[in-house]
Design a protein around this ligand. Sequence first.
Ligand code: ZN
Length: 468
Amino acid sequence: MSGVAEDKRSWIKSVLGVELAGGSQGDAPQAKGPAQGGTDDGEDAPNARLPGFLGTIQDGVTSGVKAIGEVASTVSHAVGIDQVAYALGASASSGMAKDSDKDVLAALKGLADGIADLKKAGFDTKQLEARHKELSDYEVAATKFDTDDKRFKAFDKIKKQAGEALDQSKELLKQLKAVMGESKDPPTDEQKAAVYKKSIEDLYKISIEVAPGMTNTHFDKMFDMFASVPKDHVKQDSLKKLLYSKTGGGLYYSSSGKIEMGDFGAADGEEDYEIGGKTVKANSHDVTALHEVGHAVDQEHGLMSSNKDKAGCGGWKDENASSVTTTFVAHLKTNGGFSETVTQEMLTNAVNAALTSGDTTQPDGFPDDDWQKIIGFLVDKCLRQRPGQSPWFKDAIVVGDRGYTQSSTKQWYSYLASSRTSTLVNKYQWRSPPEWFAEVYAITWLKKKKPPSAVDSSVAKYMWQEGS
Ligand SMILES: [Zn+2]
């Protein structure tokens, strides 16, 4: 959609006699009606080569129509915008822009400048550009919020996030100087990796250890992932170390605040998640990195230990072999249709053997007909949840209104089956309460999508939300 509403465009043309650049075919990121609060588009234009910034310039013009007094100083490379800005400045009446608007735009401009510097130095700035565009879009949305309170809260968020992103760009430039010294050559891949490694260590106070012979570290991608969440999710007491090893996947050690990243090869593998009922592909390295950060956030704030029983957090309950057996036997007694020969003790022994040792041998004295009625249940509900079967990669095992899983040989859980529907992002989420949080956390930040609406606000506030 256009950055400038069509009626505004024709108004500008009729009153000021200038044609505004960027018609309805323009590439501004989202629909932007007339701004309520007005913004100052300042001197943003020199960074117009950044895709996200183009949107902001167009937005600035939209807003500039309201913030007439603020536009006179505009310096723009976009011809149509120059003309409008000049014309508007010439007919300035009153400045309607809020002070915070200027601060927000200054923050966004500072970030754009930082990105431009990094780009010049040969860095891949995709992540920061996306961040800039995201914040710029949110700034536009915020100018339309219906109360000052909402607007100012949004502005505060943008300033904070833009400031953090700017710090990231500054950190990289600082480490580039440190690594390159007096050299005028462009940095090699090894030098860039060293810059990212030092930047992670310095900015987030995380020590990095690389196992001998491990080369697929992808420090750049890790830096980008850390940079895509609020800084205090990464720079915190429960995240102090990053170990690269030759094993696969990722791990988080709560006792030492350590993330272990395995060998992700070229880091181009993908896995499936669900967002809003649709399957989306997530880069395995990136989503794993964020998943492990999610564990650290959970650990630091005790999120799942205090909220796991809520329906919006999975409705988890600690179980053990005995409690699961009791529930399953009660279910079988009600629904199994067994003959009177089958006693509670026989059912208990059969279920317990299947759950704890994977044994489904028909016991002496258990009638054949009755055994045929229970064997399917034992295989489907008991054997399949044993950790050796990796139940966390498979469909739910539901008995009554709850799902059951053994997350390890010692750890048993059940969860609300209805929550698996309403808060689902993938199967692995249903391994345990910490995995539930880490998976929802990771995919919301990676894809910049809100968590499922059923996710409880006590934990959703740590996940991606608009403007975060
Ligand atoms: Zn995990």
